[in-house]
Ligand binder design. Sequence first.
Ligand code: GLC
Length: 734
Amino acid sequence: MSRRVHVLLAVLWSAAVVAALSAQAASPPDARIDDLIASMSVEEKLGQLQQLAGGAEGNYLPEQAELARKGLLGSVLNVRGAERVNTLQRMAMESRLKIPILFAFDVIHGYRTVFPIPLGESASWDPAAAERSAAIAAREAGAVGLKWTFAPMVDIARDPRWGRISEGAGEDTFLGIAFARARVRGFQGDDISRPDRVAACTKHFVGYGAAEGGRDYNTTDISEQVLREVYLPPFKAGIDAGAVTVMSAFNDLNGVPTSANPFTLTTILRGEWKFDGVVVSDYESVSQLVNHRIAAGDADAARQALTAGVDMEMVSRTYVTHGAELLKRGAWTMAQVDEAVRRILRLKTRLGLFERPYADPALEKTTLLTPEHARAAREIAARSMVLLKNEPGVLPLSKDTRSIAVIGPLGDDPVNMMGNWIGDGRKEDVVTLVAGLKAAAPAAHVTFAKGCDITGTSREGFDEAVRVARAADVVVLAIGEGEIMSGEAASRATLDLPGGQLDLVKAVVGAGRPVVAVLFNGRPLAIGDLVDAVPSVVEAWFPGTQGGAAISDVLFGDVNPGGKLPATFPRAVGQVPIYYNHKSSGRPAAPDNRYTSKYVDMPVTPLFPFGFGLSYTSFTVTDLQLSASTIRRDGQLRASVALRNTGPRAGDEVVQLYIQDVASSVTRPVRELRGFERVSLAPGASRRVEFLLTPAQLGFHNRDMQFVVEPGAFKVWVGTSSVGGLEGSFTVTE
Ligand code: GLC
């Protein structure tokens, strides 16, 4: 074809596009999107399905600039900073079709202001706190040009060997639902196009936390009944709360990897839940289908993933590399590709990117780590802490204490204080435990001795630690895991205090001074020896930027700890998986009967149960009242108790309601959390705490996978942990 004809065609094509684009201005988003799709080349469509990763420090790569100029880059991960985002965005906005790039980053528990790790924040049993921190994270992320976070992680985790238990809300579905909703609302608000809101992403869909052996990325084999009862509901809750994206996962689920699983990605997500948002793969999880050995090569991986329902491919490039060929040979249809493109363009429309593609550099200077954000981080971190043990007279400490020795590898460690997935948190902003104590008790002489490393068995620092302990009025131990020991690719085969820390504890206790232990960890730990060795233990998780200040607030009693465990603490790793809402078995463990389900060398009970946490005051729960003794299965039941603060100081208690379906067509857990409320009471004050039980809380999936409420007897307990509580009962009739 002659050059002249080429030029003429190009002019005609561009005129057609300009006409289409100008017509779009007035037309509603979907029509505008359809027009846009109609004008896109195959290469441009495939480009929208691609997310590439920028540099870890936040800049884009030269190739990405090239792709942006050609309008061939749908999304980038890790690129942030208003100026850099705008520079790359401008290239896309000057491309032929002017389709904006979607900028994503893992803002998991804060961007510059780092909040407690999600497992820690979930220990607050205060979803409003999670919504508040997610909203602050979104505000800071938006200020640096981000419009998509890969959070909340809503995987239920019953195995603390799995390092990613740190990223979610623990072992219970009901608690997980509450935090999934709250975090989605916090990130997205009511209008994701606002500059202070970002698209949320419920991940990792689905069942990732059930990895065999607690080993990350490992196989999962989950019955459909357990999938629907335990692992799917927090995703549904996040989507019902408005989550506009979902991330598929790495794990093989019952023989079909979740990034190529039509049952989860299409039948459930699209068919049952009517989700119309975007599904993004996890990092190279599409190309990893070859490692799973269900794809003969990248082209087959691409074929399966898009067909199953993965719209956007993260980092691996099978879609853009093989898409044209797959279309040519009919392995993909253009309708499939167009539907994925449509979802992505619709998301960009909802985010307001077509109208406002650029970040405001001025916002970046005024939005990060403001005093308000720092205050929130300190308050939420303190609310996340769990008092595991406190012998009389130890905690809270007096601010008149003359000398305080902080001993342990996490006592003055700004990096580990934040945990992992810290966004752009900076160690120079962190308040360490030493700094927090000094600020809280300026008259006290605060000394520090590391004593030992987090891992390793060297005892070289022990003598110095013991000397420093002997010279102090009280010792605060700062021990636990390094942040690198939980999170992604951080499974552990043991759950002990790492390295020689327990030996350090015993040496320091031997110095004869009062000792308090502060624990920093990303998972439940088997810390029975530690608990036996010291009179007081505070679970601080990885508390974030304001961690040291928050811990000091708790140690001095400025905040009375009210957190509760979101996951069971085992006595030993050999008990794992161990979780409160387990089944009865045909031979429930009975101490006096050998032939029952138990161990010969250890009790079956945990070290600390789900929902457990102490306080500096005391509470009573009395007078359980049920609104009826019988309800129809479409009825409702109110349960209430009287909560009283019977101790010397104001404090919070988390009142928890559990049910048991006494006999059902499918075996049910011995207990299931179905209500909770964190209540603050002054000394001597009391109030009634009320819960509403509806069919949604009483039902389950039967053998035919139908959600049903079956007639029969139910037990109910209301208390302050998953053990004990006031017991009642009621009957459900037809
Ligand atoms: C990682 C994680 C996922 C994260 C993504 C992007 O491998 O599995 O949680 O959002 O890649 O960083």
